[in-house]
Design a protein around this ligand. Sequence first.
Ligand code: SF4
Length: 272
Amino acid sequence: MKPHPNAHLLREGSLPHMFCPGCGCGQIMNYFLYAVQDLKLDMDKLVLIGGVGCNARIPVFIKADAIHGVHGRTLAWATGVKMANPELTVVVFTGDGDCGSIGGNHFIHAARRNLDVTVLAINNGTFGMTGGQAAPTTPLEARTSTSPLGNIEPPFDFCKLAEAAGATYVSRWTTAHTKTSIESMKKAIQHKGFAFIEMISQCPTYYGRYVLRVSETLDNLNWLRNSSVTLKKAGQMDEKELEGKIIVGEFVEKHLPTLEERYIELERKAGE
Ligand code: SF4
């Protein structure tokens, strides 16, 4: 088998990875490695932070400094790292459970402050690592291990939440969008400020089995492909047509002072 072109970016001792066959986490890690390679990032200045959940293991497999932290606190770690050394490139790998439930408060405040980090929020609509429970992004009426008769809680829209909280770059893609995901990751990493990408991903083991009721791993990916509509196309569709659709695209891109820049300015004023 031909070696992967970005295999040199992987931490040999940590492999093989622990993702189930067909899991979107592997694809997202792959897209991220392409983004890192294309940007020729200095690996000595790259810090990857993961919380708890299957996706949180991604930093463990990549040859950069990494923190595999506690549940929901990825953005607290990221704030500390970035404020201590603003020269570092900080990328957070977090899930819908990690970022949207227990870590929700850290998330909205990091966005409000415009902390200069990239957040890859991997949304598979369930708590995968712990057995497929309903998460804050699980669709209404979806059958999960904790909602066998259907989920009674409406999900929230991660991107709208990020935008309302103050994120200065916001986009959404699925694992079925290879090129745009890589390009968006490159843009987010280069963006000065809080860059948020929601990556809709497949969890064949739980979401596929319980919610989609499919057994073939490829059916999960096809479901993402067939359910997605671009922002432009969505603008021509009515509410009924958009039901159950995943709108993909870039929602926000603006430039405002970052928390680090404001802090450095404050230091300058204090020194006068
Ligand atoms: Fe991926 Fe789901 Fe398996 Fe976790 S449980 S590794 S999210 S397929």
